[in-house]
Design a protein around this ligand. Structure first.
Ligand SMILES: Nc1ncnc2c1ncn2[C@@H]1O[C@H](COP(=O)(O)OP(=O)(O)OP(=O)(O)O)[C@@H](O)[C@H]1O
Length: 353
């Protein structure tokens, strides 16, 4: 089945008055419910691309369609109410409470108090900041991470079908950033909103993105594919340079232990070491094998859903699994989607957060 396209950019170009061409002939399609991570080096046109979707920036030429409708002919205010927007440092109104901040768009739409209050409570619950503790606070009474989550709640207030996020976790320290990414992956699973996420961080893109679009200078699309396909088969030297080192460890975090990677359970030395689950991330399997005592002969048992041992795994098996995942990513439908086009549905995967 082919996923529905929600946002489509057709040969979009943006030249600023200064003569700077931020985006040149960019075509890409964003599928319903996916997180498309837009990555690339500083100044390659990521933010400009995002801001053209909600008309904070007007394209010089080309078309941008939202559910098949040309956004350049839509009323910009009405358009922005249908598209949530989250930026670094959030931009909460400092003199308004959390509740009032989240209620901004519902108030503009004339929602009554009861409906608005119920929605605020629901959203605060969703982002893990219960209304009883947080609704009446002011932004300066929150940590940076809490403000960021309020920004997400505010952007989701009227349940927009599309969410644009520009470096949403950029302002928080790396450890908490990881936590917010995990939280956001959960929120996304619950809401199913279609998301374009701008980030310069390939790890964030690989963790959160269903697909990654890699741009190079001048808003040129180098590759659009699943995280595994981008890591295993970079489409150009520019993509390779952008990804840098560490692809193998990133791929370990994305690929899973599958039945095809297992050897017989007969070779497991007794007493059996703690098992790894079928479907676990290869990173977890790798750590389990690395932590084995010498007596285990480098082999961990693997259990299925019911907890029964279904086979065993060694370091060689993990390498084989990594190769299989890389090959599958290269052969998958997304691999053909090197530049533009509307690829077929990718197989669903659990976020690697
Ligand atoms: N309002 C503007 N006027 C003139 N040039 C601009 C304007 N906004 C962006 N640019 C230029 O367009 C190019 C793309 O900028 P953009 O902010 O979209 O890049 P980016 O990939 O989001 O960068 P970063 O990762 O550093 O935020 C840059 O060369 C930038 O200087």
């Amino acid at each position: 089945m082919t996923a529905r396209t929600v946002i489509e950019l057709e040969s979009v170009r943006k030249a600023f008055g200064t003569g700077a061409v931020a985006v040149e002939g960019l075509s890409l399609a964003v599928r319903e419910h996916e997180i498309l991570a837009l990555v690339g080096p500083s100044g390659c046109g990521k933010s400009t691309t995002l801001r053209m979707v909600n008309r904070l920036v007007e394209p010089t030429s080309g078309r941008i369609l939202l559910n098949g409708e040309d956004v350049t002919t839509a009323d910009p205010v009405a358009l922005r109410r249908r598209i949530g927007y989250v930026i670094q440092n959030v931009g909460l109104f400092p003199h308004r409470t959390v509740e009032a901040n989240i209620s901004t768009v519902p108030a503009l739409l004339g929602w009554d108090r009861r409906r608005t209050r119920a929605r605020v409570a629901e959203l605060l619950e969703l982002v893990g900041l219960p209304a009883a503790n947080f609704a009446k606070r002011y932004p300066h009474e929150l940590s940076g991470g809490e403000r960021q989550r309020i920004g997400v709640a505010r952007a989701l207030a009227t349940d927009p079908p599309v969410l644009l996020m520009d470096e949403p976790f950029g302002a928080v320290d790396p450890e908490f950033r990881r936590h917010l990414q995990t939280e956001f992956a959960r929120i996304h699973r619950e809401t199913g909103t279609t998301v374009i996420l701008v980030t310069h961080d390939i790890d964030e893109a690989a963790r959160l993105g269903d697909r990654i679009a890699v741009l190079s200078r001048g808003g040129t699309l180098e590759q659009i594919a699943s995280p595994l396909a981008v890591l295993a088969h970079p489409a150009s030297d520019r993509v390779r340079d952008f990804i840098g080192d560490g692809s193998a460890s990133r791929m370990l975090a994305l690929a899973q232990v599958q039945a095809a990677d297992l050897e017989s359970a007969d070779h497991i030395v007794q007493p059996a070491p703690a098992p790894v689950r079928l479907g676990a991330r290869l990173t977890d399997a790798f750590e389990a094998v690395a932590a084995l005592p010498g007596s285990a002969m480098g082999r961990v048992p693997v259990v299925g859903k019911s907890g029964d041992v279904v086979g065993s795994l060694t370091a060689d098996g993990i390498l084989g699994a990594l190769r299989r995942a890389a090959d599958a990513a290269g052969a998958g439908p997304d691999a053909q989607d090197a530049v533009g086009g509307v690829p077929e549905d990718a197989p669903g995967r659990e976020p690697a957060v």
